[in-house]
Design a protein around this ligand. Structure first.
Ligand SMILES: [Zn+2]
Length: 452
């Protein structure tokens, strides 16, 4: 058992001072507000927040960030970006993926995320054949999580077809493809792979309606047990048009007609919705998994965050393509997308409320639900995943209360993180990951080889 004395902390939606926390086996055992520090307590100066869960990542894509910013002859879109991504992953081995993922996860930890939901679809060898261990790539992800200490929800992805109507996969998709039987083995292998990662959860992710047959969906869903189910949905207008041509229904409409969507589900992007679809997601308890920086990068569109949030919908944020990594970037982009659309300020907050506090609390709750892990609050029974901000940072100096969160999100490039604990273990000190140098050197040598 260890004891912490937090100078300030976000608890129950409020910022309070002098918080005594005890941690037992990585989990918060007790919280007491007010009072003097116990003699054996570690004093934690600054504002300590529950760490934000990153609910959507493709870690290997960190290695191709910035490499798809040249304008092509035709309209550039998600679909042209996807061709660049397919060429990049052509060469990656499990060791390469472990190195790139460790760099991405260290950056997440340094910028406010303490957990990641890894939507993991790069499974097979470069020729599309299976590795001797079908979960070799899942083990690479687990290794990166273990090395960096980030909390892990591993979501092995079921990917079978190249498009709606059970189209054959393309050459670029050969490393992703499974049938239901091989996918069941992959899920089993993934469960073994994460056994070295404390508190890890294995859910499942049908990739998207275009990549999964209607008959497969229920079969793979059963493999989840009670763990999270994530799916990409309604990200692109072309995807909506293709789904309509295939089924006569829009993607979210089709999903709600063919699956019992509830709080176990996380619908990634959900950008293009009718009002009925938007309200159905909100009423279901499913999390809208928003990736505002990637959605802006790919020109996807703007999620209707204001009406969804005010209608009781649950939302969280993810870094998706990892073109940039940071909790503040995602939260800021989410709020600014609503402002640009509405030509108004302060959108994702109740009247009189702080946007920073409202956004942070909402995405903590949604991220925790999507992760399937007991995290997202400084409360007994929750993992001791704690992010402490540096109150001497120029963006935070002389602030108090909710203005600290507003300034951390809107006035600093990234959250001014000083130290981070995951399951009570310190993984970031003085703003840097404790193994940051080793992780960065290995990442650099992999990138020189892959891109050289
Ligand atoms: Zn994605």
């Amino acid at each position: 058992m260890s004891s912490l004395h937090l100078e300030q902390a976000l608890i129950g939606g409020r910022i309070v001072a002098d918080v005594a926390v005890t941690v037992e086996a990585g989990t918060i055992a007790s919280v007491a507000i007010g009072g003097l520090p116990a003699p054996d307590a570690v004093r934690v100066a600054g504002l300590t927040l529950p760490g934000l869960p990153n609910l959507h990542s493709h870690a290997f894509q960190r290695g191709m960030a910035g490499l798809s910013e040249t304008r092509g002859a035709s309209d550039d879109s998600f679909w042209t970006w996807r061709e660049v991504m397919y060429r990049f992953l052509d060469k990656l081995s499990p060791d390469d993926v472990a190195a790139i993922a460790a760099q991405a996860y260290a950056e997440m930890l340094e910028t406010g995320f303490t957990g990641v939901c890894e939507f993991h679809y790069l499974h097979h060898d470069v020729d599309g054949g299976r590795y001797a261990d079908i979960a070799a790539m899942a083990s690479a992800i687990a290794q990166a999580a273990h090395e960096t200490g980030i909390g892990l929800t591993l979501l092995p992805v079921f990917y079978r077809f190249g498009g709606f109507g059970q189209l054959a996969p393309s050459h670029g998709q050969r490393r992703f493809i499974n049938d239901p039987d091989s996918f069941a083995r992959l899920v089993e292998g993934s469960r073994k792979a994460v056994s070295s990662v404390a508190g890890a959860v294995v859910g499942i992710a049908p990739h998207s309606l275009r990549a999964v047959g209607a008959a497969d969906l229920e079969q793979v869903r059963r493999l989840a047990g009670g763990a999270p189910i994530h799916i990409h949905i309604a990200e692109q207008e072309k995807e909506v048009a293709d789904c309509l041509a295939w089924s006569g229904q829009r993607p979210v409409e089709w999903l709600f007609d063919h699956a019992d969507v509830d709080r176990q589900w996380c619908l990634i992007h959900a950008t293009h919705l009718t009002l009925a679809e938007r309200d159905a997601i909100a009423a279901s308890g499913a999390v809208a998994g928003l990736c505002p920086v990637t959605e802006a990068s790919l020109g996807d569109g703007i999620f209707d965050g204001v009406a969804f949030h005010e209608g009781g919908g649950v939302l969280g944020v993810g870094t998706d393509s990892n073109i940039q990594v940071g909790a503040a970037s995602e939260l800021r982009q989410l709020e600014y997308s609503q402002r640009l659309r509405d030509r108004r300020r302060a959108r994702l907050a109740p009247v009189g409320g702080s946007v920073g506090l409202s956004l942070y609390q909402a995405t903590l709750d949604g991220g925790a639900r999507a992760s399937g892990r007991a995290v997202g609050a400084i409360a007994p029974g929750c993992g001791a995943d704690l992010v402490t901000l540096d109150l001497d940072h120029p963006a935070l100096v002389a602030r108090s209360g909710a203005a600290l969160l507003d300034s951390a999100i809107f006035a600093a490039t990234e959250m001014p993180v000083r130290e981070v604990r995951v399951a009570g273990q310190r993984v970031v000190e003085a703003g840097r990951h404790v193994h940051g140098d080793v992780i960065r050197q290995r990442f650099s040598s992999v990138m020189r080889r892959v891109l050289g």
